[in-house]
Write a protein that binds this ligand. Structure first.
Ligand code: FAD
Length: 459
């Protein structure tokens, strides 16, 4: 089977490798860097810059553990950037090596569809190449949304594409949008010494989709880190003058900053692919797919941010695998009920499944269990007592949602994701023996709390 994958980001390169492992003759077309947004300007690059924050926090609290650190302790932004760049380089070359050893042919250029089995590639040197395939997987990803009212220039008014490759720290930054990207970058730059203000039109950060309690905790952490939050206010106009950004808010407030980061969402990237001409169904700018990642046109599949499912790297990876299998006429289906949602602030935030707010809005009965890290031995030992685990179960005791705020929340969420994925009950999960002493025991205690209460909670 001949397969063409358009786009070598997380969804595309995974689909290409998987299909090659299954025996397909695969050609992967990429117009930029292999690894796409995820590695080069998204999940990986942002986390590589955020990682030193935790080290710094541990250094600052070291004396509480009897570890004496003396002398000048500071974050070195230039070193952090070069470390991030070398991590990205290493990852990209490792992926290219895997693609090569699996026999995937990589073509550098921009692809468009001429028919449902023919793709034209404009190569870097402007030469054109025509390719034929039995199946095509579209994995062209997404780009930041830039509403027309913003004078985006990539220098003063920037998006995540540019902020992750800044070479010099700005003195001041206004972040438009209090979602995960705005909060992660806002906290990072504030800790590095930039004067950061986040503007969010809702009354609380990340509130439109996450548990209110998580949003409240996040707000207090960001305020502690000197990030100024302007909530329930919208941007009326923005002007760049003499190298400064002037922002007027609906409330009448006026802000002046060196930079503005636009983090108001992302949109699927389908420019120039000729999808409309081929009759590929598109809704709100995204390619419509079923749970097998098939479009309405036989033989064309779409994976990752470009389709109308959930735009996250973890989803992109699984969609790449499922689409590759379905290209071989298998019957693999995506299950979107257990998608982890993680925010890599310090402390971290992680959630899966439904939130209490969604259930309350729909008048659905549910049970909640909770455990605070402050009540736990391991958290006390490692000095990470801030935060909690919350588990939500339906009337039949099935785990349908969970949220964690605290150290290593994004790693701890894995077993609760499994529980939601497999529709396990709190009884079933609560009977499991956990390693001791570990932070993961907080999950067990929260599970016990759903029904009979946790033995380590003072009620
Ligand atoms: C700052 C930031 C932080 C993020 N953090 C997280 C996180 O912590 N966790 C998480 O799960 N998700 C995170 N995300 C989201 C995650 O990065 C995306 O969901 C993921 O990158 C989607 O992968 P993709 O393969 O669909 O698209 P992309 O990674 O965007 O890749 C698409 C590729 O297609 C190529 N392409 C486009 N058009 C063509 C064409 N016509 N011909 C050839 N090639 C083409 C592009 O050059 C690109 O390389 C973050 C995103 C951002 C911006």
């Amino acid at each position: 089977m001949k397969l063409i994958v358009i786009g070598g980001g997380y969804a595309g390169y995974v689909a290409a490798i998987k299909a090659a492992m299954l025996g397909a003759e695969v050609t992967l077309i990429e117009k930029g860097n292999i690894g796409g947004n995820c590695i080069n300007a998204g999940s990986i690059s942002s986390k590589a810059l955020l990682a030193p924050l935790e080290i710094m926090e541990n250094v600052f609290t070291a004396d509480k553990f009897g570890v004496k650190i003396e002398g000048d302790i500071k974050l070195d932004f230039n070193y952090m950037v070069s470390r991030k760049d070398s991590i990205l380089k290493q990852l990209v070359s490792r992926i290219e090596c895997i693609l090569k050893t699996r026999g995937v042919k990589i073509i550098r250029g921009t692809a468009k569809l001429l028919s449902k089995k023919t793709v034209e590639v404009i190569m870097k040197d402007d030469r054109k190449k025509l390719l034929e395939a039995d199946k095509i997987i579209i994995a062209t990803g997404s780009v930041p949304v830039v509403p027309p009212m913003f004078p985006y220039d990539g220098k003063h008014v920037i998006t995540s594409d540019e902020v992750l490759s800044l070479k010099k720290l700005p003195e001041s930054l206004v972040v438009a949008g209090g979602g995960p990207i705005g909060c992660e970058i806002g906290q990072l730059l504030s800790k590095l010494g930039t004067d950061v203000k986040i503007i969010e039109k809702h009354d609380c950060l990340i509130s439109s989709f996450e548990d209110e309690e998580l949003a409240n905790e996040l707000q207090s952490v960001l305020k502690r880190d000197k990030v100024q939050l302007i909530l329930g206010d919208s941007i009326k106009s923005v002007e760049v003058k003499d190298g400064k950004v002037y922002t007027n808010l609906e409330s009448g407030k006026k802000l002046k900053s060196e930079l503005m980061l636009l983090s108001v969402g992302r949109k699927a990237y389908i420019d120039g692919l000729r999808l409309e001409e081929l009759g590929v169904a598109i809704e709100r700018g995204k390619i419509v797919v079923n749970d097998k990642l098939e479009t309405n046109i036989e033989g064309i599949l779409a994976v990752g941010d470009v389709n109308n499912t959930i735009s996250l790297a973890n989803v992109a990876l699984m969609e790449g695998i499922v689409a590759a299998e379905n290209a071989f006429n298998k019957d693999k289906r995506m299950n979107y009920k257990a998608v982890p949602r993680c925010i890599f602030t310090l402390p971290e935030i992680a959630a899966v499944g439904v939130t209490e707010k969604q259930l309350k809005d729909k008048n659905i009965k549910y049970k909640v269990g909770r455990f605070n890290f402050a009540e736990q031995a391991k958290a006390e030992i490692v000095g990470k007592t801030q935060g909690f685990v919350k588990v939500i179960a339906d009337k039949d005791d099935k785990i349908i949602g969970a949220s964690i705020f605290g150290a290593h929340a994004t790693d701890l969420l894995a077993e609760l994701t499994l529980a939601v994925h497999l529709s396990l009950t709190c009884q079933e999960m609560g009977n499991v023996i956990y390693s001791h002493p570990t932070l993961s025991e907080a999950i067990m205690e929260a599970l016990h709390d759903v029904n009979n209460g946790s033995v380590h909670s003072i009620k």
